[in-house]
Design a protein around this ligand. Sequence first.
Ligand code: NAD
Length: 463
Amino acid sequence: MADLAYTPLSDIPQIVQELRDSFNAGLTKPLSYRKEQLKGLHNLIDENESLIREASFLDLHKHPQELVMGETGIGKQECVDAIKNLDKWAEPTYVKTGLINKMDEPHVRKEPLGMVLIIGAWNYPLNLLLAPAVGAIAAGNTVLMKPSEVAPHTAALLTKLLPKYLDHRSYRIINGAVEETTAILEHKFDHIFYTGSGNIGRIIMGAAAKQLTPVTLELGGKSPAFVSKDVEIDVAARRLTWGKFFNCGQTCIAPDYLIVERGIEEEFIKCMKAHLEEFYGAIAQDSRSYGRIVNRNHFHRLKKILDNTKGDIVIGGDTKEDDLYIAPTVVLNVQPGDSLMDAEIFGPILPIMVVNSLKEGVDYVNKGDQPLALYIFSNNRQVADSILDNTRSGGAVINDALVQFGISSLPFGGTGPSGIGNYHGQRSFDTFSHERSTIVKSLGMERLNTIRYPPYSDKKIGW
Ligand code: NAD
């Protein structure tokens, strides 16, 4: 366990007050200031890649390539996009009006919300804190960040680096667990952006409701992947193997379980086995490319649901507690009601439900909460469209997995229990901006207004 110093509770009010004062003083409003800070954030990531690698290895045994693809590459790109597009994003938009308001310049100003709070999760501990921060900074807010204490090495590193790259008066980190976060939430923020589980999301939203603070909640859920029998089985198996076992299955948009059409399951599993060997060798524990479970609590949670499954373990199943290792595991013939189908798995265990028709799978998905992601593997666009048309989810991908996270022009977020709101690219800027409707009127031509003033009459309204 890293030496992550929790912020003393007694320091929290002053930190919050300083951020509030900086916002009120207008420090973060000039676009030039925001761009400077975004450059700082970019440099923080760019100049410290090796320290970040080290921290993410200690937290999650993450391979540098997974770090670049899932965190640092995306984080830097978000900074670059925001710097490049900020002038355009921040420009007021003028709206069309009828003749009567033609001269009035009605427009929408994009204004900062004020002082905002970002609470990150542990699975992509750098990106889930800094990517929303890009939007918050670009939009001109002061920002308090609370990294996940469950990834202590990354949290400690970011705490050390942030004041070297960003203006300490406007952007701060507070560290801690439940007690510290509860203390933070007693303060009034202008927006709270939270990533994590739905259970804690409810606590966050409850605390925000007391202050009437709007929230963005980036949550999770059981994201299904449909595999149609018309698909190229080998390609589907390869992409799904990558998507599921990336970051050891600890990805909010990982395919949580598969719905496979009867008849192709044996071939599919054979292909998955081959691709697991291609990716991680005969024993994934020996592969530098394969991650680890974040801590003992999560290891035991996963082991328990695996021990209790009534399905058939057809790949993997080995666990090594001292190394927090769970082999890439595939469980066939899993039925609704199984221990693996209760809640989001969030680990390297992949249950497969075999169905007689994809419609049976659609009915199953629709009985549960709307997931964060939904995947469809099919060669037939009509089959895919029919599944899309008859389900709901935060996002969806046909014939791949995880790739939606990397396209910053797509809004990223859930729906219903998988989340509220979205971000990435311009959506991050919008999330942390207030659209202030503004009308500028000339003081001239007052005679035109006579009709609206009392004394009222039927004649004035055309009766
Ligand atoms: P976590 O344990 O890191 O918790 C998230 C944050 O909540 C942490 O900063 C933690 O300190 C704080 N927290 C914990 N208990 C709290 C309490 N009682 N009161 C206030 N704050 C509290 O992460 P987690 O919840 O294990 O995250 C996993 C979940 O997050 C999964 O469901 C996953 O799908 C989801 N997730 C979603 C996204 C997304 O972008 N939608 C990304 C990553 C993870």
